[in-house]
Ligand binder design. Sequence first.
Ligand code: GLY
Ligand code: MN
Ligand code: MN
Length: 463
Amino acid sequence: MTELNAFDGGWADTGRSLPLLAGAAYASKRRSAVSERFPGERVVVPAGGLKVRSNDFDHAFRPHSAFVHLTAELGTHAVPDSVLVLEPTGVGHTTTLFTRPRSPRDGGPNGAEFHGDRRYGEFWTGRRRTLPETSAALGIEAAARDGLERALRGRVPTRVLRGVDAHVDATVAPNPRGDSELDAFLAELRLVKDEWEVAQLCSAVDWTVAGFRDAVGELPQATRLARGERWIEGTFNRRARLGGHGLGFETIAAAGAHACVLHWTRNHGPVREGDLLLLDAGVEADSFYTGDVTRTLPAGGRFTDVQRRVYDLVWAAQAAGIAALRPGARYGDFHEAAMRVVAEGLDAWGLRPYGSTSTTAESDLYRRYTLCGSGHMLGLDCHDCAGARRETYPDGVLEAGHVLTVEPGLYFQPDDLTVPAELRGIGVRIEDDFLVTADGALCLSSELPRGADEVETWMASLR
Ligand code: GLY
Ligand code: MN
Ligand code: MN
């Protein structure tokens, strides 16, 4: 007698015909650029896999940005362990996406996956696309990941984006120079954003702005709670999940002296009426493009005189940085412009670190109060294009289509004896997102008020 299996048979055919995604044509152009750059070579770009959070639970999956850039895959559908392979032909490359297909319901080698596999089964983590559905949505030939090893065989010169998929790394012998050239090329390919990417970034920033509005609306409630920072974080994060895939980075909700910690994400502190709240947050769209915005807000709605003095100096520094954005400018110019304003402002307050006589931005001593650079490229990663070569990014020149943040700050640590007591524990950062245009730069986050008066008026209107 055959054993009865509770899951055998009786399943309807639910195959779908999916339209080509809007981003697919742009991703196809990017793959062509890769093909042109590496003729005759196999190029392997993995998405990466699941990472265990604890025991049998994983972190939410987030594919590598280079993979996203070349596929235009969405957060609602991204599949762990997918690998994009460009295989050289005589005249270019063919592209195949090796991926996990939908769990089959019809027995066979993976026949129990759909109900029995906690990580990949359809009844545990949801339906994936079938291979034809993936091909239709992305416009890329799709094949089962099981076939990857065979596809990576043969004596074809191969470059791999390393450190993303351990199995791929172990399967293909390293090509140290070739692999790191690929890494840099893929990062640099992302420097100039196309029109579709700009639209994605605009949408991510719009959702980010909405999250800031929500947070301001919740400030009165936050000041009543022992962990008010968490309330602000949760408020922003709810908007991020509603409008996008999630967060571009962990939300920084830093009240009082926590604002002097650049990446304060513990967020377990209170938000007191007289405190400044530094909220640095970004919504990551379904397309994985992210916003990255900071506002430093008086929790009670009005800046004190000393808070405003610090705020106004950072605001002036940011304005100087923004004014330096234009195609052809050196990438470092906006930081230098912002730091010059900071140095002059601190000097006017008589605040010379260690009695230094230098008032120039180059004086590294001011770093004690400014801590870090004044911005970075923005895109699929919050700190986008980090793998680009020095000469094309930090020592490079701004071009139309670059998207970057301008985010100077001043951070007076609560135990810093080089500053007057009234400044200690004040941290201010103002951060906005900019698209470099043909003749200047466009602020994508201009909907959020920036100047101290505007901020107070805006906050009063939302309370
Ligand atoms: N949110 C991290 C940064 O601004 O760089
Ligand atoms: Mn930033
Ligand atoms: Mn930020």
